[in-house]
Ligand binder design. Structure first.
Ligand code: NAI
Ligand code: MG
Length: 359
């Protein structure tokens, strides 16, 4: 098959790490008889330098006309880069927000995987970690508290602020379906997280998730209150497969989950709409402090490319192979600087990419 991929190298380490991910995709294509057409798209600082704006309408159209988007990361040093002298709506991040919105990406997927070989980076105790863990946080991205009506009023000299948390059943149903679909491709377990003992929006969430769950008899599922979930993530992270939750809870829980792995250079992410289309990018930023030095860890971006194969193209075998290659390279003792420990072999960005390709 032929797949069309829009590629956004972005800023900082973006171009270096995206190059390695492309290398891996090309190798997978040759091995399995797929061809990948890459079309470059400018976003963020790279677009400001050329077009004066962080995202052009043509760039949106190009992204939309492809089957998926692979992105590095965008932005510069927020203290020193001239991009941050611009008004907020012209800065690099504004381009990314606009792109996500234009593409209607309502489902944010953030895996938190702790590899056996990188257990040393995890702040949790050995008996909790066991052989490592592998969970997927699925966060609703376009509804809830962050998009609800808000206002601040003053009455009798006292200021009061309001933020509203709104979800309708259709918004809940589409993210819940996505969550169960993804669980079917993984460990077939969903933990739906809410605060149904207090919030009406959570009670509706629970009702709709119950309905959706009936369509997936193979998936075991449970409800968990968000405060308990925050605790369980550090008490027993191995219990989780897919965590399905609304916008703000997902924001907080996904940051917590990523920190218990201890390795920012390893964490992939995806944002999906209601077709097979998705935007795939590492969870980390553009690391301007190490840009152009061939030291950045390309693994988060390579694993994001694997997610693209799995979730946008249904190429599960191919995605499995990339993930297995990453594990093999780690097992063989190769590390970029951010995950280096005693007795391991230090390699650069390009060499790490080549090792994964050759594995
Ligand atoms: P950052 O994630 O870029 O860097 C934080 C620290 O982690 C730095 O010390 C960096 O060197 C290190 N690091 C990050 N990725 C790494 C990798 N692959 N290999 C080795 N080390 C790595 O976060 P920071 O410094 O807060 O932000 C830098 C820029 O990135 C800012 O302009 C920020 O707005 C932008 N950013 C962009 C995101 C995106 O494109 N989605 C997400 C987060 C931040
Ligand atoms: Mg956050």
């Amino acid at each position: 098959m032929n797949y069309k991929i829009a590629v956004i190298p972005g800023d900082g380490i973006g171009p270096e790490i995206v190059k390695e991910a492309k290398k891996v995709l090309i190798e997978i294509g040759e091995k399995f008889g797929h061809s990948f057409d890459f079309t470059e798209v400018l976003l963020g600082g790279a677009s400001i330098d050329v077009h004066g704006v962080p995202l052009t309408d043509e760039a949106i159209t190009t992204a939309r006309n492809n089957d998926a988007v692979l992105m590095g990361s965008i932005g510069g040093n927020t203290a020193t880069s001239p991009w941050y002298k611009l008004p907020p709506e012209k800065r690099p991040e504004a381009g990314l927000l606009k792109l996500r919105k234009s593409l209607n990406l309502f489902a944010n997927l953030r895996p938190a995987v702790l590899y056996n070989e990188l257990k040393g980076a995890c702040p949790l105790k050995d008996e909790i970690i066991g052989d490592g863990f592998d969970m997927m946080i699925m966060r609703e991205l376009t509804g809830g508290l962050y998009f609800g009506e808000r206002k601040t009023v003053e009455e009798d000299g006292v200021m009061t602020a309001y933020d509203s948390l709104t979800y309708n059943e259709n918004e809940i149903r589409r993210i819940a379906k996505r969550g169960f679909d993804i669980a079917m491709k993984r460990g077939k377990k969903v933990t739906s997280v809410d605060k149904a003992n207090v919030l009406d929006s959570s009670r509706l969430w629970r009702k709709v998730v119950d309905e959706v769950a009936k369509e997936y008899p193979e998936v075991s599922y449970e409800h968990m209150l968000v405060d308990n979930c925050a605790m369980q993530l550090v008490k027993d992270p191995k219990q989780f497969d897919v965590i399905l939750t609304e916008n703000m809870f997902g924001d907080i829980l996904s940051d917590e989950a990523s920190m218990v792995t201890g390795s920012i250079g390893m964490l992939a992410s995806a944002s999906l709409n209601d077709t097979k289309f998705g935007l795939y990018e590492p969870s980390h930023g553009s690391a301007p402090d190490i840009a152009g030095m061939d030291v950045a860890n390309p693994i988060a971006t390579i694993l994001s490319a694997a997610m693209m194969l799995r979730y946008s193209f249904d190429l599960d075998k191919e995605a499995d192979l990339i993930e297995a290659a990453v594990k093999e390279v780690l097992k063989a003792g190769y590390r970029t600087g951010d995950i280096l420990s005693e007795g391991k072999t230090k390699v650069g960005t390009k060499e790490m990419g080549t090792l994964i390709v050759d594995m």
